[in-house]
Design a protein around this ligand. Structure first.
Ligand code: MGD
Ligand code: MGD
Ligand code: MO
Length: 765
């Protein structure tokens, strides 16, 4: 039996200090430089900060711990290949503040759980391994050896390996991820949920079923030479700012850009390159040619309406719109798709998309005329019940144009965490392919389990069902990142032991199992010295380029270990003498890379090629028109437009990121581009909805989510009038996660539906 501590699972409901201004029409520029310097100087001082930024994303430096957007293959900017939000990420990581054993003596877990996520995160870098004994209120210092022994003893005490679950967040390097999944499989389970389950899982599923590879097909050069880039369900100005440079290049080469979003995001509009003084003076580049204010989840309807217009044009002048040669040679399912397009009602699709017919006709003209098309997307498409279908519909329209596997064209799922794609390549997956496990078994002489494991949502359910006794987290903040926060918190508290490998404190260190252990690790920017000398790690970006990343800073404490070292030590402590030689991996990461080369295809000569400054591309079938689906073809899919109605008077809520956060890490309280400052408990609403619901701006409301007869509530949010599609509202992640029902998931990817939550508003007194 576990005894739950009285910790607070949800962030506090207090208001801070809301200030509103007009939403910005321009992204980046001078305000971004000012903001960068403010964050840097607050966390680590100006000079140290500038020196560090100059090493970020350079060929001899370390990979930005922010997003997965690729670095240019050729020349890198002398001013540093970083953006405002990358700089904030590094400021947060290289902060000079420390969370020491004394800090934990002073503050109980109960006390810290009443703090905001902002305050928890700002405490600083964790300096020593810590242990929270059963029933204790405070963490106490523990030696590394004792920590490893406790973990090994707990693992060995389980009735079966599936009572343990091992989560991964996408910042983990290839080397650490490979060692970690090996540990888990040697232990005997495939319980390897990861942040991808909540992120681009729908992209992986949709793409592998249609084009045979779960990754995007484009390179940066493709973006530069594309004739039409469509940015759907993505906010690059905030979440992938360096993408704006690529979009600008495309514009300068004559390309057109369409953005599809329920809100007009600043970065989709005008981009002012902060590294170009002339651009700053001139006022930047207008990026978007057409902005389509789609209703939340109106994207399939929009694409269908466009396909209807394309088919009309194709029938008038056969062979001029569709790439019939490509379709004949490389695809299957064309006739079924066309039959479906033919019977689909245009007016109904227009109505469901929420976009004016005239605008759809304008954009359809681009799809008709252009040959080199790229569609970029992120969470606005994946985190829906029909997330997998959204991606399949994107593939449909690209296939019609032959826009996959040729220069300037293709699929571009824009990944989140800087190595989330690499982690999957390394085998962090609850549904591994048998041939991958066969390779592991042959190479290491182990017996990997073949039964599939639990994903993020299933792992929460398994904890609720008391099937999980041990839960380990390689980075991340599971409590705050997952849906249904209250329920998830209670689920995790059912575990006997939780273990966090982390750089910084977050709510997941406070809402724990009976016993909890924190293993503090080196971050990307820290020097990593091991027995064989200075180490580096490698990562894979959003476009499948694998490259090296080497930290430079003196670590914040002498008591930290690297992620690969921690995994190797747990391996050694758990298995003792075993077919896997754990200590040699810890001493020299070249050894891990040799194992990767021996077991995963595409990594031939890994140790040599990873040392090439700009790294190397992994093979990508779709890029070469080699579609590795069961029938060897790219597959069209017949998709129904989702038409989930909400109750009269209810609203559809999407949970999104502000400009001042990295997922659950809150850098600051502002959402500068959206003109919202000093407050995160806000609900962005269309003016007409505010009025028709009988509210006025700044009224305080409670949000009640309705799902299958169940209700969930988040209290105290201020209404902010915003240019958002009617019937739709936006709140910030993670404050609103309590409203996302655990059982509301995407079909075929099990991703929590974070972008379509049916809610009603209640006036707060
Ligand atoms: N600075 C910073 N960078 C980050 C992150 C961060 O938190 N901060 N997070 C990283 C991670 S892990 C990820 S996954 C990415 C996330 O990157 P994004 O996907 O850009 O992040 P979100 O804030 O979830 O924004 C989703 C966008 O989709 C729109 N949207 C919502 N619903 C719909 C819909 O139904 N249709 C359409 N067309 N649009 C919709 C929203 O208005 C919003 O603009 O960013 C990564 N980079
Ligand atoms: N409602 C709602 N929920 C969402 C989303 C949404 O849009 N809406 N987005 C989802 C998405 S796309 C994602 S990817 C997930 C994110 O889920 P997670 O990846 O679990 O969450 P993060 O907030 O990125 O994790 C931050 C923590 O990672 C640790 N950390 C940082 N750097 C390192 C490092 O180098 N090593 C180690 N070991 N630890 C480190 C720090 O302790 C930090 O507090 O959230 C998902 N949840
Ligand atoms: Mo993500």
């Amino acid at each position: 039996m576990t005894t739950k501590r009285k910790v607070q699972i949800l962030p506090p409901e207090n208001f801070e200090n809301l200030k509103l201004s007009k939403a910005k029409k321009k992204a980046v520029g001078v305000p971004a430089i000012v903001s960068t310097m403010r964050h840097i100087s607050k966390e680590m001082g100006v000079w140290k900060g500038i020196k560090l930024l100059n090493k970020m994303n350079q060929k001899d430096g370390f990979d930005c711990p922010g997003c997965a957007w690729p670095d240019p293959d050729g020349k890198r900017s002398g001013l540093g290949e970083y953006c405002e939000n990358g700089a904030k990420a590094i400021a947060e990581e290289a902060t000079s503040k420390r969370v020491t054993p004394d800090f934990f003596k002073k503050h109980s877990v109960e006390e810290m759980s009443t703090w905001t996520d902002y305050k928890i995160g700002k405490s600083g870098r964790i300096t020593h391994p810590m242990y929270l004994p059963e029933g204790a209120s405070h963490y106490e210092q523990i030696s590394w050896d004792d920590a490893f022994q406790k973990i090994a003893a707990k693992l060995k005490s389980l009735n079966n390996p599936d009572e343990a679950v091992f989560y991964t967040s996408g910042r983990t390097s290839n080397e650490a991820a490979f060692a970690y999944q090996l540990l888990v499989r040697q232990f005997g389970t495939n319980n390897l949920p990861d942040c991808s389950n909540m992120c681009h899982e729908s992209s992986g599923a949709g793409l592998s079923q249609t084009v045979g590879i779960g990754k995007g097909s484009v390179t940066l050069d493709d973006l530069y030479e594309s004739e039409l880039i469509v940015v759907m369900g993505q906010n690059p100005g905030t979440n992938h700012p360096r993408m704006l440079t690529a979009l600008e290049k495309c514009k300068k080469n004559g390309g057109k850009i369409v953005s599809v979003n329920p809100i007009p995001e600043a970065g989709n509009n005008v981009f002012v390159d902060p590294q170009n003084p002339l651009a700053i003076i001139k006022g930047g580049t207008q990026l978007t040619d057409h902005y389509l204010q789609v209703k939340i989840n109106g994207d399939v309807a929009l694409l269908k309406a466009i396909m209807i217009l394309m088919l009309e044009a194709e029938e008038k002048a056969p062979g001029t719109v569709f790439d019939l040669d490509f379709i004949a040679e490389f695809t299957n399912g064309y006739d079924e798709l066309i039959a479906d397009v033919r019977k689909t009602d245009f007016n109904e699709m227009v109505a469901q998309s929420g976009i004016a017919e005239s605008q759809i006709r304008e954009v359809a003209k681009l799809f008709i005329a252009k040959q080199k098309i790229i569609i970029c997307w992120a969470m606005g498409l994946t985190q829906h019940e029909n997330g997998v279908n959204n991606i399949k519909e994107v593939v449909n329209i690209l296939l019609l144009k032959g826009s996959i596997g040729k220069p300037g064209a293709g699929t571009c799922p824009v990944r989140g965490h800087s190595n989330v794609q690499g982690d999957r390549t390394m085998g962090i997956w609850e549904k591994p392919k048998d041939d991958f496990l066969d390779n592991l078994d042959k190479h290491f002489g182990i017996q990997s389990p073949r039964k599939h494991g639990v994903d993020a949502v299933e792992s929460i359910q398994a904890c609720l069902d008391k099937k999980v006794k041990f839960f380990m987290f390689m980075g991340g903040n599971f409590i705050s990142a997952t849906p249904d926060s209250q329920l998830t918190g209670e689920a995790i508290q059912n575990c006997e032991m939780t273990v966090q490998i982390s750089t910084k404190l977050n709510r997941s260190h406070l809402v724990t199992g009976n016993e909890a252990i924190i293993l503090p690790c080196l971050a990307r920017s820290d020097r990593d010295d091991q027995a064989s000398g200075l180490q580096f790690v490698s990562v894979e970006n959003s476009m499948g380029v694998v490259h090296k990343s080497q930290g430079r800073l003196d670590p914040p404490s002498n008591d930290l270990m690297s992620e690969p070292a921690i995994v190797a030590k747990i391996g050694a402590a758990t298995f003792g003498d075993s077919p896997v030689n754990w200590s040699e991996m810890e001493e020299n990461y070249d050894v891990i890379r040799n194992h990767i080369e021996a077991t995963i295809s595409g990594f031939e000569n890994y140790n040599k090629r990873v040392r090439i400054p700009q790294g190397f591309y992994l093979p990508n079938g779709a890029r070469d028109r080699k579609f590795t689906t069961p029938d060897g073809k790219a597959n069209f899919s017949v998709i129904e437009a989702p038409n989930r109605k909400v109750k009269e008077g209810n609203l559809i809520m999407m949970t999104i990121r502000t400009h001042d956060q990295y997922n659950t890490t809150i850098y600051g309280m502002d959402d500068r581009y959206r003109g919202i400052e000093g407050e995160r408990r806000v609900v962005l609403m269309n003016k007409q909805d505010i009025k028709s619901q009988g509210f006025k701006e700044l009224d305080v409301v409670h949000l009640v989510s309705e799902f299958n007869g169940e209700e969930r509530k988040a209290n105290y949010f201020k209404i902010v009038a915003y240019d958002i599609a009617k019937g739709c509202v936006a709140t910030y992640f993670p404050e609103a996660n309590v409203l996302v029902p655990l059982k509301s998931v995407a079909k075929g990817s099990n991703t929590p539906v974070s972008k379509f939550v049916e809610i009603r508003l209640e006036k707060a007194n």
